[in-house]
Structure formats: C-alpha cells, structure tokens
Design a binder for this molecule. Sequence first.
Ligand code: 17E
Ligand code: FE2
Length: 420
Amino acid sequence: MAAQPYDLLLRNGQLLRSPQHLEKADIAIQGDQIAAISPHLQGSAVLEIDVAGQLVSPPFVESHIHLDSALTAGDPGWNQSGSLFEGIEIWRERKQSLTLEDVKQRAIQTLKQQATQGVLYVRSHADVSEPTLTALQGLLEVREAVKDWLTLQVVAFPQDGVYGSPQNEELLEEALRLGADAVGGIPHYELTREDGVRSVQRIFELAQRYDRLIDIHCDEIDDDQSRFLEVVVACAIRSGLGPRVTASHTTAFASYNNAYALKLMGFLQRTQLNFIANPLINITLQGRTDTYPKRRGVTRVKELWQQGLNVSLGHDCIQDPWYALGTGNMLDVASMAVHVCQMTGRAEIDACYNMVTWQGARTLNLPVYGLDVGQPANLMVLDADSRYEAIRQRSVVRWVIARGKVISQTEPAHQTSFLT
Ligand code: 17E
Ligand code: FE2
C-alpha cells in the first residue's frame, strides 16, 4: 500500500537548523507540524515545491513594535524635531480619538504586512496611560483574531509614566488583569529619578504577582546620567527573574563612560537579561541635541553580544509619530544593525540575522522555535542561499508557512537587463 502523501514538501532547501548550522535537506509537513527532514525524502505530497537551494529559515521574530500607533504618521501632525518627546506629545493628542475599530484595523493591516515578509511572532506594546484602555483592549482582541497564523504578545506599556498621573498605576495593573502578557515601563520619563526607581520596583512586583514577563523601555535618552538599567539589573538579580525580563532601547548605554559600562557589563553577567535594540528608529531619534560629533544612540549591541547576552532587534515603529518610515521587513532592521553597530565581520552579520530570529524567540520566551520534526510548521523561504546574502540583498521572502499552511507567496524582484 502506498504511503500517505505529505501535505507539503519543500525540496532542496538550505535549512537553518540552529543558530550555527545550515543543512541541505528536504522538509515535509503534515497537518500543522513538521513531519520529516532528510537530505532525500521518499514519498510524495499534495503540494511539492522545489526551493532550489534557497534558505529555509524559522520565521522572523519582531520583538519590539508599537502596533497601537502604527500607520498614524502625520495624524494629527508630523514630528518636526524628530525627538522622542515631540512624538509622545503628538501621540497624546492622537490617542484621545482611539476607537477599538481604529486600533484593530491598523494593527491587523500592519501584522499582515509583517507576516507576508516572514514575521510570525510579534511582541507589541500597548499604551495603557489613557483611561479607557482602548489600545490594550484592541490589541488583546487582535491577539485572538490572528492566532491561527501569528503569535502576538502584548505588553502593558505606560507611555506617560507609572507615576506621571494619579490613575496610571492602577491602569497598569488593570491591564494585567485584562490579560496583557508582559508589564512595561518607562523609568527615564518618570517625573523624578526616585519615581523612575520606584516604577521599576513596582513593575517587578506586578510581574511576580500576576506571573507575567517584563519588558521595560529603559534609558531611551542620550543622557549619560540615565541609569535605570542598573536598577533593572538589581531587581533581576534579587528576584531571579532575569530570562523573563527585557530591557528595551537602553540607548543611554551608548553614552555611558567606559569605566561605568565595564562595571555594568559585569553585573549583567549575573542576570541573563534580554536586550532589544531598535536601530532604525534610534539612529534617527537619538543624537538630536548633539551638533558634531553626533552620537549614534544605539545601545552597545556588539559588546552585549560578545559577552554572550541575548540581544534581539525590533522595528519599534511603522509609520507613526516617532518614525514615519518602516515596512515591516526585518532584513532592513538587521541591515541597519550591521551598519550602525559596525557588525560587519562575517560571523557578526550572521549574528544580526540571528537577532531577528533565534534571539528574538528567546526574548519572547517562546516555548518552541526552530526547524525540527514534531514542531509546529512555521517557516519561510528566502530568495538567498545564506544569511549574509539575505541581509546584503534584503531578499524577498518567497513563501511563508504558518501552522502548516502557505499563507503568503511573493515573486522575486524582476530581473533587470543592462542594455548597453
Ligand atoms: N514610545 C517611546 O517611549 N519610545 C519609543 N521609541 C516609541 C514610543 C516608538
Ligand atoms: Fe519602543
């Protein structure tokens, strides 16, 4: 009797089996799982695709984006100074008119744009400093609506500070009761340094009480005196929560003097903290008060990576008050990291690819991720034969497979002929 055909068979792929390891193989999918991986798979399939040596990779992980503000650039005004603070003011005005429909429509449109480019895991912040919690409720509904093709985590993010106004602390806790996956904060934007410290301590208490992850916007400023990362480190060491905690942005780390940075790096070794850099936006947002020399304002990605700490990369924004550009393409993010963080060595370029895949999965605390038999069939095929080529060419993601289904197909860019 003939063997049951697979649902889907990808032949002749360059499979990214681990952060270190590429393997030429066929991969078969049955239902929503990876059923077999082998250099020459026997058997047939309902749908068989010859991927002809192209890179077969686990999906991209977008570990840091603000879906509640996505696609609002210019509404109600353009960020003329390009600063974080003008962005916060524009958003403060825009968020007065949020409705559930508005949030859901823009978030789902953005997620589809991301998914067609291979992003199947996303962590989004939801501003919880408006009394109706519309952004949060909208994104929680979106998390449910997209769950058959994309995994969305929602962070309760108090954009205006936990202690910025009297009701914010309670709103943050209410967001956790409503089901946010993680608790966030913004200590460098609290009214005083003491409030900043207190906010971090409160975030850790809430995370423990509600058993949630932590992802704090931390020291997103060029002020070398902004030192809340050390408070996060202290709380992580004392609570033992390290791997469940993320410090996002940490741009001030790029402005610290080396003596202090060296001490901090030593402390970080005791935490297993996760870091997220957002090089597209922070290269434009930071350094705005400098003349020349002008700082880059992206955290010490290379040094953190060299120390063995987990670093992932995010877009942060797609067309919003902080950054009017952005397409959802994670290879743009990785490419910007290669440039801004000077990760140009061959292993460093591969590391930047890993920062939008494996390292992102670790930041999100995903229980399973990767290409192994028995795992959920989530993967993508890129028009490139290596991570280096994918980043260099910003290669098209030809096929995206989510839960065993082909959810997106893109033709490669047209070939150009030189006519002279
Ligand atoms: N809010 C914030 O505090 N920082 C950012 N980078 C964005 C929103 C995008
Ligand atoms: Fe952010």
